[in-house]
Design a protein around this ligand. Structure first.
Ligand code: PMP
Length: 435
């Protein structure tokens, strides 16, 4: 399946138009399909586990809007909640009871969260959490891990799922060396590096931020030892441990990765599922830390549309459903089925690979070895992934358009769809020329 045949004429024309109007034709870079070459499919609508493009074709959706759509598209309860909210007004800039309801739901679900502030995106959540951690500790330095992405926050746009682990060198023009200068970048899952950094910078580190299961270099699980060491060393030093659960929150368990691994951070950032497919993020944590935020404390953070009633309605309905009818056992069973099937298909095709998965996040790495950090991820055969991606598009399966993005599925993905996906992989993998 060549790229040319995989993209419909209407999508090609739509991209030509969009490129004249928006940088690269998109409003977020991954959507342009740069990592796999070619041009993107333009979406008309989505329903349940399916995306429909403007050329009238149907795809099984394995990105779910990059995470939020764990219940599938257009879940009736979410649509009803959003519709009701819209008919009461779309924004007030004044408090509502619905915000307290969503705050209660988040606090009840996520072990580390005693108080929470609602924002509009995951980026805002991580940016604000870092500011609060610095304000609360009076320290400047932060530690992040190579290959972990935390949104386009200046100080975190360093070794963010792409460039090699270099101390404080920005990944993007426009990020000043000063903005990244207090950022220390370490290798994920490396307990010794972590201990050495705390020895060297004792009493100077405001926060350590990480994806507790990484989705942004493909799916890379943490070792339990690594999470335990993070908890121990930050507690001892008085640094704040921040789990960025924008992807993992309400996905790997109702309480996120912190529930699954039994390690409770001091602060947590949320996005994606917490907004039920609407623009909403959140950051929260220990009450004594969160009380540093204005107007309770002095750390400034605000938002015209924060706690937006329509977004809050979508998030609240989504969390209610996840609580009342937890999908997590089902997602684990389907994840196991998908991972086993794809792994077998790739083995039978004689391809060097490893399948990594936690719950409903998964990656087929075109890499012979386990991937536990960015240096290992960087050795993947990106060309083989691109070929696989387009071949699967040809079979009606919409995977992430990069080797370094985990796939997501939700409880609208039936066992039959999982099996259909494995069959598609069985069909295309033996024919990959660059694998
Ligand atoms: N943190 C993580 C772990 C993410 O995966 C993302 C987005 N993919 C973000 C933060 C940023 O969220 P947003 O795109 O909503 O700003």
């Amino acid at each position: 399946m060549s790229i040319h045949h995989a993209i419909g004429d209407k999508s090609v024309a739509a991209f030509d138009r969009a490129r004249k109007l928006m940088p690269g034709g998109v409003n977020s870079p991954a959507r342009a399909f740069g990592a796999v070459g070619g041009s993107p499919l333009f979406i008309d609508h989505a329903k349940g586990p399916y995306l429909f493009d403007i050329d009238g074709r149907q795809f099984v959706d394995y990105i779910g809007s990059w995470g939020p759509m764990i219940l599938g598209h257009q879940h009736p309860a979410v649509i009803e909640a959003v519709t009701k909210a819209v008919h009461r007004g779309t924004s007030y800039g004044a408090p509502t009871e619905a915000e307290s309801k969503l705050a209660e739901q988040v606090i009840e679900a996520v072990p580390s969260v005693e108080k929470v502030r609602l924002v509009n995106s995951g980026t805002e959540a991580t940016m604000s959490a870092i500011r609060v951690a610095r304000g609360a500790t009076g320290r400047n330095k932060i530690i992040k891990f190579s290959g972990n992405y935390h949104g386009h926050v200046d100080s975190l746009l360093v070794a963010a799922g792409s460039a090699a682990a270099t101390l404080g060198v920005p990944d993007s023009p426009g990020v000043t060396p000063g903005a990244g200068g207090d950022t220390i970048v370490l290798a994920y899952n490396d307990v010794n590096q972590l201990a050495a950094a705390f020895d060297q910078h004792a009493g100077e580190i405001a926060a350590v931020i990480l994806e507790p299961v990484v989705g942004n270099m493909g799916c890379v699980p943490p070792s339990q030892e690594f999470l335990n060491a993070l908890r121990t060393v930050t507690t001892k030093d008085g640094a704040i441990l921040i789990f960025d659960e924008v992807m993992t929150g309400f996905r790997l368990a109702f309480g996120g990765a912190q529930e699954l691994f039994g390690v409770t951070p001091d602060m947590t950032t949320l996005g994606k599922i917490v907004g039920g497919g609407m623009p909403l993020g959140a950051y929260g944590g220990r009450a004594d830390i969160m009380d540093n935020v204005l107007p309770a404390g002095k750390v400034f953070q605000a938002g015209t549309l924060s706690g937006n009633p329509v977004a809050v309605a979508a998030g609240s309905a989504t969390l209610q459903l996840l609580k009342d009818q937890p999908p997590y056992e089902y997602l684990e069973a389907m994840g196991e089925r998908l991972a086993t099937g794809i792994d077998q298909a790739a083995s039978d095709a004689g391809i060097d690979h490893v399948v990594q998965r936690v719950g409903s996040m998964m990656t087929l790495f075109f890499n012979p070895d386990l991937v536990t950090n960015w240096d290992q991820a960087d050795r993947c055969n990106r060309d083989a992934y691109a070929e696989y991606f387009w071949a699967m598009i040809g079979e009606g399966i919409y995977l992430p358009c990069s080797q370094f993005e985990a796939l997501f599925f939700g409880n609208a993905h039936t066992e039959a769809l999982i099996d259909q996906t494995v069959e598609a992989a069985r069909k295309v993998l033996p024919d990959l020329e660059r694998a």
